[in-house]
Design a protein around this ligand. Structure first.
Ligand SMILES: [Zn+2]
Length: 244
């Protein structure tokens, strides 16, 4: 806070900004209450879920397509190995040298191993497909549930919002009226702090403590406060004031 502003502060200016803050607090309270409304939370969550729906469906589609592709490939591999196996089996009976027999035995064993791998892959893919199907069913159930929650809470929240807006409009008119008497310098300080989520902006000194965060105000700061009528709280950055 600049010294120029401080030097301008008079008791009357402080009273005016405190009145302004009091009215503004009422608006904030209404807003906070609405934000904490359980109906609003349910409505917002259901809305967010509905908004994420398309993305989720797209992901399920992509997963299913990928799994189908894997399944086709595994099936083709399985069939190919089965065909090779029966081919080898037919040829085994016509072999006349032991070298040939040994070669086919080895090829046969390799094909069998490949076949087993294909079988394991197939089982795994089918399991994943089953799991994905179940997840999709759960998703659809949740979607239906969220739809009900949305429909139930949307009108309730909208009614609350309408009521809050009406109340706020009245208070805003009073706030605007009060603003006329407030020193522009103090109002500017107020708005700046409020924009930083420091609220209430002005707090009194309470038993040598900041009236906002209840931190002890050091003696040197207290003398400054006596001189300048307001100081920044070092802890919570609210403005501690005194009125003579
Ligand atoms: Zn403080």
């Amino acid at each position: 806070m600049s010294d120029i502003i401080i030097s301008l502060i008079k008791g009357q200016d402080m009273k005016k900004i405190l009145e302004y803050q009091e009215i503004d607090t009422k608006i904030k309270d209404i807003d906070d209450k609405l934000k904490q409304s359980p109906e609003r939370k349910k409505y917002m969550n259901a809305l967010a879920f509905a908004k994420s729906k398309d993305e989720a469906v797209k992901n399920f589609d992509a997963k299913t397509t990928a799994l189908s592709g894997k399944l086709d490939a595994a099936k083709a591999g399985f069939e190919k190995n089965i065909a090779t196996l029966s081919e080898y089996k037919g040829e085994l009976s016509t072999l006349d040298s032991s070298e040939e027999a040994a070669y086919f035995q080895k090829a046969l064993s390799q094909t069998k191993t490949a076949l087993e791998t294909c079988e394991r892959d197939l089982v795994q893919i089918l399991r994943e497909m089953e799991e994905t199907k179940k997840q999709f069913e759960d998703f659809k159930t949740r979607l239906a549930e969220e739809g009900v929650i949305y429909n139930q809470n949307k009108p309730l929240y909208e009614a609350q919002k309408k009521e809050a807006d009406e109340k706020t409009a009245e208070i805003k008119a009073a706030l605007l009226k009060a603003e006329a008497g407030v020193s522009p310098e103090l109002l500017s300080v107020y708005n700046k702090k409020k924009a930083e989520n420091i609220f209430p902006v002005f707090v009194p000194l309470k038993k040598d403590m900041c009236g906002g965060c209840f931190t002890n105000v050091p003696l040197n700061e207290q003398s400054k406060l006596k001189r300048e009528k307001m100081i920044d709280c070092e802890k919570c950055r609210r403005i501690i004031y005194i009125i003579d």
